[in-house]
Ligand binder design. Structure first.
Ligand SMILES: Nc1nc2c(c(=O)[nH]1)N[C@H]1C(S)=C(S)[C@@H](COP(=O)(O)O)O[C@H]1N2
Ligand SMILES: [Mo]
Length: 318
């Protein structure tokens, strides 16, 4: 696909309509094809759009596995795919880490749009496959550190968040970024069972943090498209912060002038502050942060300030 073409404000709605109608036509196309045993009685226009929708999905799938960017490596053994994929925090489904992958499997994550809103020029809803094709993806190996004092080393596929921010064209008023996950409690029944949580899950950062090169919108892991339990089809990864900042299954990004609230800070401000940078010197009320357990190997390691990314992010907090 050609370079990013930023749609003009009057084109945005149409852009959205195109993405959705292409999807609907694809469904119609597949259904009709099945019903009539493979022979096509579709008019040319509909058929053309259907083929376009199918090939968009195919084109995105063909990007995997993306090329590894060697600037992002970790000098520790990688966590095994099956280990990382069966030990997840994703409270929309269940609070039992070992069960998330199973409970989440049937959750449909295609098609998916991200809405850009708030203090930005390019407001609207954008199809994630189309964004992926525009921005391209690469692989980066990052440390991942949960506030519960466990850690992993995983290879993410995705694109830097600053590409999406530039696409959104934030105005001078924008100082913070807030992201929201989906609310679909009929399917993600954790959203019903844990009904005292302030759903949907939401998180925030200062705009300059969000623009840091390390901040990634991840669309895959282990060289494949993102499985649901890791936050399909697109989630944030900010490796210098505790894992809960890395919000999964994002449906909306909002640019704001004031510091936004966050899901965990709303629930328990004493335990989860807005910044949430990994810091071994500051214990959480329930967990010392001095060390971390590597999931899989069972090794206990010293926790590093900013999770080992001090050089890249320290200047943000001086
Ligand atoms: N939408 C959403 N995002 C979320 C969470 C969640 O419950 N819901 N849990 C967070 C926490 S606490 C962690 S540690 C990581 C876990 O990511 P992983 O399961 O891909 O390792 O996701 C974060 N993102
Ligand atoms: Mo976490």
């Amino acid at each position: 696909m050609a370079l990013v073409r930023v749609p003009r404000s009057w084109e945005i709605r149409e852009n959205l309509v195109t993405a959705e109608s292409a999807y609907l036509n694809r469904r119609h196309f597949l259904k009709t094809t099945a019903a009539i045993g493979g022979s096509l009685f579709l008019n040319g226009g509909l058929q053309a759009e259907s083929e376009e929708a199918v090939s968009d999905r195919d084109a995105v799938q063909a990007l995997y596995p993306p090329e590894w960017n060697p600037a992002y490596r970790v000098h520790l053994p990688m966590t095994e795919e099956a280990v990382a994929g069966r030990y997840n925090n994703f409270y929309e489904f269940t609070t039992i880490k070992e069960k998330v992958y199973e409970v989440a499997q049937s959750f449909e994550t295609y098609p998916w749009t991200i809405e850009l809103d708030g203090h930005c020029e390019n407001k609207g809803r954008f199809d994630v496959d189309a964004l992926i094709r525009q921005f391209g993806i690469e692989e980066r190996v990052y440390r991942f550190r949960c506030v519960e004092a466990w850690a992993m080393v995983v290879p993410w596929s995705g694109f830097p968040l600053h590409k999406l921010i530039d696409f959104a064209m934030p105005t001078d008023k924008a100082q913070y970024v807030c992201m929201y996950a989906f609310f679909r409690s009929e399917e993600a029944t954790g959203q019903k069972k844990q009904n005292w949580y302030p759903w949907p899950y939401f998180e925030g950062m200062r705009l300059d943090e969000a623009r840091n090169e390390l901040a990634v919108m991840a669309t895959g892991i282990y060289g494949k498209e993102m499985p649901v339990q890791h936050g399909a089809p697109i989630r944030l990864v900010v490796p210098w912060k505790y894992g809960y900042k890395s919000i999964k299954s994002v449906v909306k990004i909002e640019f704001s002038r004031r510091q936004p609230d966050t899901f965990w800070n709303t629930l328990s401000p004493r335990e989860y502050d807005f910044w949430s940078n990994v810091n071994p010197a500051v214990p959480h009320p329930r967990w010392s942060q001095a060390t971390e357990l590597m999931i899989g190997s069972g090794e206990r390691l010293q926790t590093l300030k900013y999770n080992g990314y001090r050089k890249q992010v320290e200047h943000l907090y001086s």
